[in-house]
Design a binder for this molecule. Structure first.
Ligand SMILES: Nc1ncnc2c1ncn2[C@@H]1O[C@H](COP(=O)(O)OP(=O)(O)O)[C@@H](O)[C@H]1O
Ligand SMILES: [Mg+2]
Length: 300
């Protein structure tokens, strides 16, 4: 786990080589591409909580075909808070859904721990989603008729599993909702509801939590609370979190930011600062505009 929380690091980037881009955009096609071989390559050591190798996702066919993921190989280390950023339509949600077993790849592989998702039956995928993965959506998706505590334990109640009481207690004490646990979602603020949704994802002690724009529906103060809660879950409870966001300040809460553009991995930053992320996003957006302009010119 990373000791220096990025949001608190004040030293300029140039003084801290740890925070430099470690995958340059120019060399992204040479990064992490497994060598051609008949045998499956050995898994990385230590084993990441989740990873993809040469992940491709194509939607549609013919003229309307979209390549949402273009050979993405990325590791999500255990105990690390990773943010995924990129322009709108760059494949962030697709990557998250495919590695969280909510969608399937066209080719390549996605793993949770050592489990290759494409080898699993539908039943085994359902079990994996229930037992090993947590997911947090932009819309909080709480059950309106249940109170906060009942929402948190619902997935385990449905699976007829006994929650690990000590663990659930530690999640709830980190949650900071105090006496509002008996309140229904409509009696809680947006930020409180999303913290309940993150607690629900945490309660079954999953190996990894995926969150797609978890602060997208929140004002900045409530968003900050949710991000702090996720940060605490990583720092104090040892969780692994992968979060898609388009907000540079939210991404700066993470230990690491992975950048996507046009479905391809562009680079990554460790212990990022908001300004550095914004600067890099500007470069990506300008590159994307230039690329699309040259494509348009070659068509006409
Ligand atoms: N179900 C779908 N059918 C067709 N195209 C899709 C579908 N989902 C996403 N796409 C396309 O795939 C690309 C990546 O989408 P997405 O992963 O949602 O991007 P992001 O989350 O970065 O905004 C976009 O061009 C989008 O229009
Ligand atoms: Mg998205």
């Amino acid at each position: 786990m990373n000791e220096s929380t990025s949001a608190n690091v004040q030293t300029p980037a140039s003084n801290n080589p740890e925070r430099l881009l470690v995958v340059s955009r120019e060399s992204s096609d040479t990064v992490q591409t497994p060598p051609p071989s008949d045998e499956a390559p050995a898994p990385p050591d230590p084993l990441p909580a989740a990873r993809t190798t040469a992940a491709v996702k194509i939607y549609g066919s013919g003229e309307t075909q979209v390549c949402a993921l273009d050979e993405v190989s990325v590791n999500f280390e255990k105990g690390c808070f990773t943010a995924i950023m990129g322009p709108s339509g760059s494949g962030k949600s697709t990557l998250l859904h495919c590695v969280a077993a909510l969608d399937t790849l066209t080719s390549g592989q996605a793993f949770i721990g050592e489990t290759d998702l494409c080898t699993l039956s539908d039943k085994a995928l359902t079990r994996l989603r229930r037992d090993r993965v947590g997911f947090v959506f932009q819309a909080f998706n709480l059950v309106p008729t249940l109170n906060a505590l009942e929402n948190i334990t619902l997935p385990m109640d449905l699976a007829k599993r006994n929650p690990d009481k000590d663990w659930v207690d530690s999640v709830i004490s980190t949650l900071g909702l105090g006496d509002r646990l008996s309140h229904r979602p409509n009696e809680l603020s947006g930020g409180q509801q999303q913290r309940v949704a993150v607690s629900r994802a945490l309660a079954s002690k999953p190996e990894i939590i995926f969150a797609d724009e978890p602060t997208g529906n929140l004002d900045s103060r409530a968003g900050t609370d949710v991000l702090q809660f996720m940060r605490d879950a990583v720092d104090n409870l040892g969780q692994t979190i992968v979060m898609v966001t388009h907000d540079a300040a939210a991404a700066a809460t993470a230990d690491r930011v992975v950048f996507l553009a046009d479905g391809a991995l562009q680079g990554e930053m460790h212990n990022p600062e908001t300004e550095e992320i914004l600067d890099y996003m500007k470069i990506l957006q300008v590159d994307q505009l230039a690329l699309h302009a040259s494509e348009d010119a070659s068509v006409t």
